[in-house]
Design a binder for this molecule. Structure first.
Ligand code: APR
Ligand code: PHB
Length: 389
């Protein structure tokens, strides 16, 4: 098989890149390890920056999102019994879109299938060959049969545990990582959201987040120990602990119900440099991970896709390689700012096991400075709605 761009990974990064390139007449093949239903079964975050929304529009897959999403002009931050709002719209003129990543991925799959996009599911043994040559190719197995795709370029969109990053030689790669000493226990419930905006809660018992997917589907998180397992937490234990960490008014208003999904995710900051090796380009989680506190996971994948999409269109249409030559530099410049913001919000709102009384005073002073200073609120708002591409 021959294609112009072989895309490893059928998550949001790979699907969005494939859809954008297809609309420009550039041929792609997406190789996905799992099935479509398995990919759609993953519950992920749901805050979209305007840059991501614009890419979805350019990809022609924004209709349902525009119809069903929420627009949030701000968020609530609570600490102990105190709370305050950050008005994104007032500080930046823009808002964020609330629309589940699962729905984004579903819309992308539907669009790819409608356009006859080539997606191969249940692939195994994917290997990228000759990435540092002018004739790269990818081998893989499907149903036990060996296959090969000759291509011009390879997009590694296969997430943190994929094969693409590992293809870049260790003496070329530089990796940066920070592991946080806690996880997030998340619950999805068919209940109305407790508030019309998100509530980021910092309490002496730990962090909590009240989020949503729509008027009848809510998403809640509490900071938990890395030694916890979802089965350690009954629904009642979860709701009781959530109530202890959020403002009293919200705790009172909280509508609880059976969890339809319950999972624990560890928190990690991670970046690999460079994001390009020869004709292989890493995008999204394959290259970087953020703690979910700043809702940047999907939104950093989006700016990678933006840079790579425009660079590939440029090289296929004009032969000019300036865009792809600058891909890694441009993508990393924005990624590191998102890493900083996600690290900052995580440190601001979580309890760390080794915090001294002085550390706790510093944390509270940081929150109170954010509450009282417009410049601090503007800085947070600019980062939360998304820095420019
Ligand atoms: N071969 C083929 N596919 C693979 C391989 C492989 N060797 N390894 C992983 N995959 C697939 C996974 O099954 C997954 O569907 O690649 C896809 C990667 O998707 P994501 O992990 O969702 O990464 P990405 O598309 O970059 O999206 C980033 O997802 O994890 C969240 O918080 C993250 O919101 C962010 C978004
Ligand atoms: C979510 O809705 O899942 C969500 C929202 C905001 C975050 C993280 C997760 O910062």
């Amino acid at each position: 098989m021959k294609t112009q761009v072989a895309i490893i990974g059928g998550g949001p990064s790979g699907l969005l890149l494939s859809q954008l390139l297809h609309r420009k007449g550039i041929d792609t093949v997406v190789l996905e390890r799992k099935t479509r239903d398995y990919v759609l079964g993953r519950i992920r975050a749901g805050i979209l920056e305007v840059g991501f929304v614009n890419l979805m529009r350019e990809a022609g897959v924004a209709e349902r999102m525009d119809r069903e999403c929420f627009i949030h002009d701000g968020t609530v931050i609570s600490y102990g019994d105190e709370q305050f709002g950050i008005n994104f719209k007032e500080h930046t003129g823009t808002s964020v879109v609330v629309y589940g990543q699962t729905e984004v991925t579903r819309d992308l799959y539907d669009a790819r299938e409608k356009m006859g996009g080539q997606i191969v599911f249940n692939v195994d043994q994917v290997e990228i060959h000759g990435a540092d040559s002018d004739k790269p190719y990818v081998t893989y197995q499907v149903d036990g049969t060996a296959q090969r795709i000759d291509c011009d370029y390879v997009a590694g969109c296969d997430g943190f545990h994929g094969v693409s990053r590992q293809t870049i030689p260790l003496d070329v790669r530089r990796e940066y990582e920070k592991l946080y000493p806690f996880g997030w226990l998340g619950v999805l419930s068919e209940t109305p959201p407790v508030h019309h905006e998100l509530i980021y809660a910092s309490s002496e018992r730990g962090f909590a987040l009240c989020s949503m997917r729509n008027d009848h589907l809510s998403r809640y998180y509490i900071q938990c120990s890395l030694s916890d397992a979802p089965g350690d937490w009954s629904d009642q234990m979860f709701w009781d602990e959530l109530r202890r960490r959020i403002p009293a008014e919200a705790a009172e208003a909280l509508v609880t119900g059976p969890s339809i999904e319950k999972s624990i995710a560890p928190l990690r900051s991670f970046v690999t440099e460079p994001m390009r090796w020869g004709r292989l380009f890493l995008c999204g989680d394959a290259a970087h991970i953020v703690p979910p506190t700043g809702a940047k996971g999907l939104n950093t994948a989006a700016s990678d896709i933006h840079y790579l999409y425009h660079g590939l269109v440029q090289v296929f249409e004009t032969g000019d390689t300036e865009g792809i030559d600058r891909y890694s530099e441009k993508a990393l410049a924005r990624i590191w700012k998102a890493e900083r913001f996600s690290w900052w919000m995580t440190n601001l709102l979580h309890r760390f096991p080794d915090q001294s009384p002085f550390d706790l005073k510093m944390q509270r002073a940081e929150i109170e400075f954010l509450r009282s200073n417009r410049a601090a609120q503007s800085a947070m708002a600019q980062n939360y709605v998304g820095l420019p591409y």
